[in-house]
Design a protein around this ligand. Structure first.
Ligand code: SAM
Length: 319
């Protein structure tokens, strides 16, 4: 590896001590600050987790490109995939491989490079590394040794599908890939059934119809969306109840590409008649019939005209 004054300084920071033996106050690579463009600044040593596009090569951040250009080595799952991205942006950084099948051997070598004060990027074939992709054990080991770890965030299929689904996005549960076998899949769905959150899972095309049918069966026929080919020419978001989506993919056959399934939270249970009347009575203590009905309609999602009729009847009782 090239050694420059900058690298020596960086390596010292990595060892955690300054020349006079004091600990460095912070060993994280610096977050972006106002000043010269990132490309002109030297990258601090450390492990950079860099998100890459999930289909459209234009979806890479300026900072991701600076990091990929500035590190000593990029570890990726498949050099052909990452080389395409680098070629598009004229980046010639050396590539190494880190995937599920070589991680045990590659990890010690990457950690050793980090200890020497090198700058290493980790990318996956698409999206954010570690999100159903390799990297967690490497990050955990680097953290355990006090080696600097930072991220250049960017695309992820899970978040992209969630925000396009039209389903509640305030609370969501990302479960990675659904178990491929039916029994295990249904057991997992049983565990998630009572979560008051939108559920986001990855699924391959060939199992899409079966998984949607199991979801409809175990979770109930909730509102859902299937997002495919995100950010690509044939991007498709199909929205509807789970059973209808299952029927569609059963009849149409497995679609092209992989997909993300997004399932809405369980419907809030309908309030009882007594509960509705109680709410209306409380509202009528302060509001007219029309406003009271409108208020309870917003709170319960029930129809205004029915609530208006009930509110009129309650007012009539009093007179
Ligand atoms: N780390 C990636 C991320 O952050 O998006 C996910 C990697 S995981 C191995 C691959 C899965 O992500 C696919 O099976 C699919 O469910 C989903 N995925 C990735 N790219 C996608 C795209 N363009 N459209 C829809 N789903 C996609």
């Amino acid at each position: 590896m090239r050694r420059t004054g900058r690298d020596t300084r960086a390596a010292r920071a990595t060892s955690g001590a300054t020349k006079d033996g004091r600990r460095e106050p912070s060993r994280r690579p610096p977050a972006s600050k106002p000043g010269p463009p990132a490309a002109e600044q030297a990258l601090a040593p450390g492990l950079y987790l860099v998100a890459t596009p999930i289909g459209n090569l234009g979806d890479v951040t300026l900072r991701a490109l600076d990091v990929l250009r500035g590190v000593d080595r990029i570890f990726c799952e498949d050099t052909r995939v990452t080389a395409r991205l680098l070629a598009r942006y004229g980046i010639v950084t050396r590539l190494g491989i880190y995937h599920d099948h070589n991680a045990e051997e590659a990890r010690p070598a990457i950690l050793a490079a980090l200890r020497r004060g090198e700058r290493v990027a980790l990318v996956s074939d698409a999206g954010t590394p570690l999100v159903s992709d390799p990297g967690f054990k490497l990050v955990r080991a680097a953290i355990a040794e006090g080696l600097p770890v930072t991220a250049a965030p960017g695309p992820s299929a899970a978040l992209t599908a969630l925000i396009l689904s039209g389903l509640p996005s305030d609370a969501f549960f990302f479960a990675g890939f659904l178990p491929p076998r039916e029994m295990a899949r249904r057991r997992a769905l049983e565990r998630w059934k009572t979560l008051d959150a939108t559920i986001v899972v990855f699924e391959g095309a060939s199992r899409l119809a079966d998984s949607l049918a199991d979801m409809a069966d175990v979770l109930g026929d909730r509102s859902a969306a299937v997002a495919r080919e995100l950010t690509k020419l044939h991007e498709e978001i199909r929205r509807g109840p789970l059973a209808e989506l299952a029927r569609h993919y059963r009849e149409a056959g497995p679609p092209r590409g992989e997909a993300v399934i997004v399932v809405g939270p369980p419907e809030a249970s309908q309030p009882s008649d007594a509960e509705i009347d109680g709410r209306l009575r409380a509202a009528l203590a302060e509001l007219g019939v029309r406003d009271a009905a409108a208020k309870i309609a917003v709170e319960t999602g029930l129809g205004r005209s029915e609530l208006y009729r009930r509110a009129l009847a309650i007012r009539g009782e009093k007179e």
